[in-house]
Design a protein around this ligand. Structure first.
Ligand code: ACO
Length: 320
């Protein structure tokens, strides 16, 4: 697997947020571990961010655009309803021989996307897959709601996956969802059931709403359970994990999950302090940084876990 990332240049610090809502650096750092996040400009969309990350991953993999067979894009912030962000991204990349589609599983989306790509590769229907997560969370955050606007950031990550035989690759995939808990983290309106109108816009009903405490508790429980199941499926023990790469939502969620899953924090990759929660983009961005920093090495068992709106959650073990 080869990785790439794109982070917008603009940094928004906790001090900057204090100019927008009644908050402070100490509260945000203590409750979330987040110190700053990136914010994409008005002219930057999900397809463009994803394409920038994908070009880097493809270059590292030595893959030409025409060689890509399938593109799976995870995003909760598509540029437009129709066509998919994956197709818009395909046009930017010139990956003309691929099929391209989006999936929506919120913060768990990149893991779901990787599993889908794995399916195409395993079935022999593709040789090379591009698995991208791209999120412009700043466009769906309520900048008047201090309980959510401090959490999120923008960015994109991409991974090129090849079909191969041998020791390395995906060892296990465990994914779940529970639609009954959908209203814990959602956007009330702006889709087809309650279309966008001036009332929706005025009330901010098209923006993210979250029951923070409930989400916190579910996240920890579900990710720890998923980590256990993925390890069992892979036939590995906790001690065999070289690096855990969790969804970066909040340092307290990461620490509590690692503790419950029995993985020491020295083996957990964390960058939520610099980027905040970029929804499904956090894991591929973290993978790219972990490789760059020499924390994720060839032959290592990497455990990745995620949790998001839906509710959705999952874990995978990859021998890197
Ligand atoms: N600055 C200052 N005070 C704040 C802020 C803020 N930004 N936000 C809320 N507060 C206040 C509240 O108003 C409340 O004040 P009150 O006691 O006077 O009523 C107080 O802080 C405590 O609020 P809580 O919501 O109870 O705080 P909590 O300890 O639960 O922390 C948090 C809130 C950080 C959102 C936490 O619940 C959490 O991390 N939840 C998970 C959120 C998350 O990561 N979601 C995404 C995961 S899934 C995905 O990635 C899509």
């Amino acid at each position: 697997m080869s990785t790439g990332r794109y982070l917008p240049e603009r940094v928004m610090t906790n001090a900057d947020l204090m100019k927008l809502v009644d908050t402070n650096d100490a509260w945000i750092v203590e409750r979330t571990g987040i110190r700053e996040r990136r914010i994409a400009g008005d002219d930057m969309g999900a397809a463009e961010m994803g394409a920038r990350a994908a070009r880097i991953a493809m270059e590292k993999a030595g893959v030409e655009p025409g060689e890509v067979d399938v593109i799976v894009v995870s995003t909760a912030t598509p540029d437009r309803w129709l066509p998919s962000t994956a197709c818009d991204m395909q046009a930017l990349l010139g990956t003309d021989n691929a099929m391209a589609f989006d999936i929506c599983a919120a913060c768990t989306g990149w893991l779901y996307a990787l599993s889908m790509a794995e399916g195409y590769l395993m079935a022999g229907r593709a040789e090379i897959a591009l698995v991208v997560a791209t999120e412009k969370m700043s466009s769906i955050v309520d900048w008047k709601d201090r309980s959510t606007c401090v959490l999120f950031g923008d960015g994109a990550g991409a991974v090129v996956v090849r079909r191969s035989k041998g020791e390395r690759g995906i060892l296990s995939s465990y994914h779940r969802s529970d639609g009954k808990l959908g209203d814990l983290l959602y956007r009330p309106a702006g889709g087809v059931r309650i279309p966008m109108d001036s009332g929706v816009l005025e009330r901010g009903d098209h923006l993210v709403r979250m029951a923070g405490r409930e989400v916190f508790k579910s996240a920890v429980r579900s990710m720890a359970e998923a980590a256990d199941c993925a390890l069992v499926q892979a036939g590995l023990r906790k001690e065999d994990v070289g690096l855990m790469v969790p969804h970066q939502a909040n340092i307290r969620i990461i620490e509590a999950t690692a503790k419950l899953a029995g993985i020491p924090m020295e083996k957990v990759f964390v960058n939520v302090n610099r980027y905040g929660n970029m929804s499904s983009a956090t894991i591929p961005v973290a993978l790219d940084e972990a490789i760059e920093q020499g924390r994720l090495k060839e032959g290592m068992n990497m455990l990745t876990v995620a949790f998001g709106a839906g509710l959705t959650w999952g874990a995978m073990v990859v021998r890197w």
